[in-house]
Design a protein around this ligand. Structure first.
Ligand SMILES: Cc1ncc(COP(=O)(O)O)c(C=O)c1O
Length: 372
């Protein structure tokens, strides 16, 4: 059961457990709500790139208040959210499909393109939801290695594109590497390649770079290029467990893809997403806390002399120099969950930012790993 504790009690608690916490990170204008969702048997979860600070208090209240409508089907609330997204992105509401997490958007698209039994080109490793679904329906996946900087190799993808290619799947920033493409390079690629085939851009972590002025590829979808973009409320908005995301495509394509959706989302999630969308404080707070987490991890890896990729997301990919199974096993014994194996990078490990107190526990465990 979730409980809220005050800043003072938190400090007391951490004092008892012997954990030191950088107190500057706690001086927030936002009311600090710290979920105690852990007991001794609950592992520290740094494996799924969740935002452990969410949902915000306002969003929690919106979910609670929405229970009055829980006996109703969610369609009109979902339409309201689709209109909000369309307004924010300056596009036609018919171009927006709200889904049960962006995974549903990815899977539905994977199925729609997969049944053509053609070929999707992408890089390895990347986020698999669309690809494994397409493969399941008979589509061939043409795997291109990442480039030397662990970024999507757009030149090689272009070279391999042929008459049998039905889609190019780009994850930007990429999961698990956290790397992001040069925006002009990606834009040029999308413009030229979408004349030959559909280009899908997964922007699950886009909001982490929004303030840096990194452009979304949604503007190209709006200009009529054959493209699809997916986004989620799971990351910066901290709503992973609520399952809500969306995709943007031409009205013709969204009408087709809607036929492939299975579960959709629900009225509580729609309320939560609308409340989250209208709240800037938590967005800023998440960005700040994430930056603190990233900086902690960079410093840790520097101290240990480990190579890593600077991340545009809420996780870092670092070269452990050991097989991932070994690190996973070691950490699991300490009740810490880290990312899964990402072939062919077996000696790399993905770690999510998490709360600072959890990162400190991870940091100490990692130092111990290299001592043993
Ligand atoms: C790149 C990427 N896309 C999509 C998703 C799916 O997110 P969700 O289904 O929670 O929206 C994730 C989840 O980790 C991800 O890393």
């Amino acid at each position: 059961m979730n409980k809220e504790i005050s800043r003072r009690n938190l400090i007391k608690l951490l004092g008892v457990s012997g954990i030191t916490l950088p107190l500057t990170g706690l001086a927030q204008p936002l009311k600090e709500t710290v979920s105690i969702n852990k007991n001794k048997n609950t592992p520290i979860k740094l494996s799924s790139n969740e935002n452990p600070y969410g949902p915000s208090e306002k969003v929690r209240n919106s979910i609670i208040n929405a229970f009055d409508e829980a006996c109703r089907y969610p369609y009109s609330k979902i339409s309201e959210l689709e209109k909000m997204i369309a307004e924010k992105e300056n596009i036609d509401p018919k171009m927006v499909v709200v889904t049960g997490g962006s995974n549903e958007a990815l899977r539905a698209t994977g199925r729609m393109y997969g049944i053509e039994k053609k070929e999707i080109i992408t890089c390895q490793p990347t986020y698999l939801a669309l690809l494994t679904y397409a493969e399941e329906f008979g589509c061939k996946i043409n795997w291109v290695p990442l480039d030397d900087d662990l970024k999507f190799d757009l030149n090689e993808i272009e070279k391999r594109t042929n008459n049998n290619t039905s889609m190019l799947f780009i994850c930007n920033p990429n999961n698990p590497t956290g790397t992001m493409l040069d925006s002009n390079k990606l834009k040029d690629f999308c413009i030229s390649m979408s004349k030959k085939t559909c280009v899908f851009v997964d922007e699950a972590y886009f909001e982490f770079s929004l303030k840096d002025g990194y452009p979304s590829m949604i503007s190209l979808v709006n200009k009529g290029y054959d493209m699809i973009v997916s986004r989620t409320f799971s990351k910066i908005y901290g709503l992973a467990g609520v399952r809500i995301g969306y995709m943007i495509a031409s009205p013709e394509k969204t009408a087709r893809i809607r036929k492939y959706l299975m579960a959709g989302t629900n009225i509580l999630a729609a309320h939560a997403a609308i409340a989250a969308y209208n709240e800037d404080d938590f967005f800023e707070y998440s960005l700040r806390k994430n930056k603190e987490g990233l900086n902690y991890l960079y410093k840790l890896f520097d101290e240990l002399g480990l190579e890593y990729k600077t991340s545009k997301t809420n996780f870092v990919f670092f070269k452990s120099g050991h097989h991932i199974d070994k690190i996973q096993k070691f950490m699991k014994k300490k009740s810490i969950l880290v990312g899964r194996p990402f072939p062919p990078y077996y000696d790399w490990c993905r770690i999510s930012t998490g709360k600072m107190e959890d990162l400190i526990i991870f940091g100490n465990a990692l130092k111990e790993f290299y001592k043993t």
